[in-house]
Design a protein around this ligand. Structure first.
Ligand code: AMP
Ligand code: ZN
Length: 481
């Protein structure tokens, strides 16, 4: 069945069809983090959504080239570098590394390319030169280079493809120098910002004088360099539609004369307790804040994946607490299937498949094909879990053990297929703190060298830290008490 997605460009749900004539490869760009602080859970909602899109496209058989930029120079970063009396690279490097750690903790696949804006200055300059040559960009008195919306429209191009804009409010010739501005202040925007004393050491030489790029042009330059002048999918949070994405389209189409992106996908925002997140309201959480409260990245991922990407999501700590029981139910079923299946070899073409697995695969795909309807997809998963009751499976209901093992292996293979999209994994090792893993491994080594006394001491230590260890034929199993 064809995948249907809502395209912000056409404001309608459309069949997804890549530009590639063979229909096999997909170029996908998601605006990445501005590395001036730890990413908050609103940001993570958008990045987990992008991960879901990528995983589902791969599930559908596409070869996806996933690009996510790192915005490592823009207004907010420069301000923080100045305040912290540090260097750009030192400052952004710390938050970039933290971002990638969090990305992994949330079970997101790492994008294939993670271009940093500061490493694409030559491409950015070349793009601005093209726009100047086409008469769409100009250098103003302040030395900065601006994009002229009037000139762009004069070339028959359309500014306002993602949002309806009121051009009556636009005052021709007015300029906006900051990276972020409201819809009401549509004006010529900065492509290259001339160096000012507040920029400190953050500047590059260019044919337009020393300065630094504007935020919007960075994404145009990086996405087109890696994915080509026209590509399939561009994602981001809904706040980026204007001005960021509108400006990306204008700069790219203005320079190349070609359609920039075929499908635009925007994720709705996350609120906390019904309110916009803000540090002053005390409802602002990074992933690290939640981990410090004892939650895992996997639990946060599970919660973020429960809501449809176009619905505003209301995050609460109670909601996050609530996913534990649901995840535990899934984990119990999968663990039981693993125990029963053992190492049973499976021939997917020959071995018996249960109706439950066939129904799950069909319903899951039908749901996600329909503009990523995750609620229906989760309903199919929960039904399948109910049909794989661990107690019933253990009793085996009179099945011969060989058949039971094959059936379990088949169900497990089905789960693993579905989980390529969900990305929950089994109960992951990351759930076990590193310190506990070290103690458990040491204890295992003691047992292997028959140092049972020391092994026992380590078991007691693990118990004191709230972990029990059971020895099974497949090795030790840790359980949180
Ligand atoms: P930034 O690092 O601010 O450039 O944002 C990174 C991504 O997070 C962008 O795609 C934003 O649209 C998205 N984003 C920012 N705030 C929220 C929020 N509260 N809910 C969902 N996505 C958000
Ligand atoms: Zn961007």
């Amino acid at each position: 069945m064809a995948l249907k997605l809502f395209n912000t460009l056409t404001r309608s749900i459309q069949d997804f069809a890549p530009l590639d004539a063979t229909g096999k490869t997909v170029g996908m760009y998601c605006c990445g983090p501005t590395v001036y602080d730890f990413a908050h859970i609103g940001n993570w909602r958008t990045f987990v959504f992008a991960d879901l899109v990528r995983r589902y496209l791969e599930f559908k058989g596409y070869a996806v080239l996933h690009v996510m930029n790192i915005t490592d120079v823009e207004d907010k970063i420069i301000k923080r570098v100045r305040e912290n009396k540090t260097t750009l690279r030192e400052f952004t490097g710390k938050y970039e590394a933290a971002f990638l750690d969090d990305l992994r903790a949330l079970g997101c696949l790492e994008p294939h390319h993670k271009p940093r804006a500061t490493e694409y200055i030559a491409e950015i300059i070349a793009l601005i030169e093209k726009l100047i040559a086409r008469g769409i960009a100009y250098q103003a008195q302040d030395g900065s280079v601006y994009f002229s919306i009037i000139k762009y429209q004069g070339c028959g191009c359309n500014y306002g493809q993602l949002l309806k804009l009121n051009f009556d409010e636009m005052r021709a010739g007015e300029r906006v120098a900051s990276d972020e501005y409201e819809k009401e202040s549509i004006a010529d925007f900065a492509l290259w910002k001339a160096r000012v004393p507040d920029d400190g050491d953050v500047f590059w030489p260019s044919p337009f004088g020393e300065g630094r790029p504007g935020w919007h042009i960075e994404c145009s330059a990086m996405s087109m360099k890696v994915l080509g002048e026209s590509f399939d999918l561009h994602l981001g949070g809904e706040d980026l539609k204007f001005p960021h994405h509108e400006d990306e389209i204008a700069q790219s189409e203005g320079a190349t004369g070609k359609p920039f992106v075929k499908h635009w996908l925007h994720g709705a925002h996350l609120l906390v307790e019904g309110k916009k997140m803000s540090k002053s309201l005390g409802n602002y959480f990074t992933l690290r804040d939640l981990m410090a409260k004892g939650f895992t990245g996997r639990e946060v991922r599970f919660l973020l994946l429960k809501a449809h990407y176009r619905d505003t999501f209301n995050f609460t700590l109670e909601g996050l607490q609530g996913v534990r029981a649901e995840l535990a139910r899934i984990d119990e079923t999968i663990t039981t299937l693993r125990e029963i299946a053992g190492n049973t070899p499976l021939d997917l073409n020959k071995d018996y498949d249960s109706k439950h697995n066939v129904v799950l695969m069909a319903d899951f795909e039908k749901a996600l094909d329909s503009d990523l309807n995750v609620s229906a997809a989760w309903a199919s998963v929960h039904q399948w879990i109910r049909n794989h009751n661990p107690v019933d499976m253990r009793i085996g209901k009179g099945l011969n053990p060989d058949f039971a093992a094959k059936t379990a292996a088949r169900s497990l293979a089905t789960w693993e297929h579905v989980d390529q999209v969900l990305g929950l994994g089994g109960r992951p090792l990351e759930d076990v703190p590193a310190e506990i893993m070290v103690l458990a491994n040491d204890r295992q080594k003691c047992r292997e060298t028959k140092d049972f006394k020391h092994a026992d001491t380590l078991r007691k230590l693990l118990l004191e830290k709230g972990w029990s260890v059971e020895d099974s034929p497949k090795g030790p199993k840790l359980k949180k008490l």
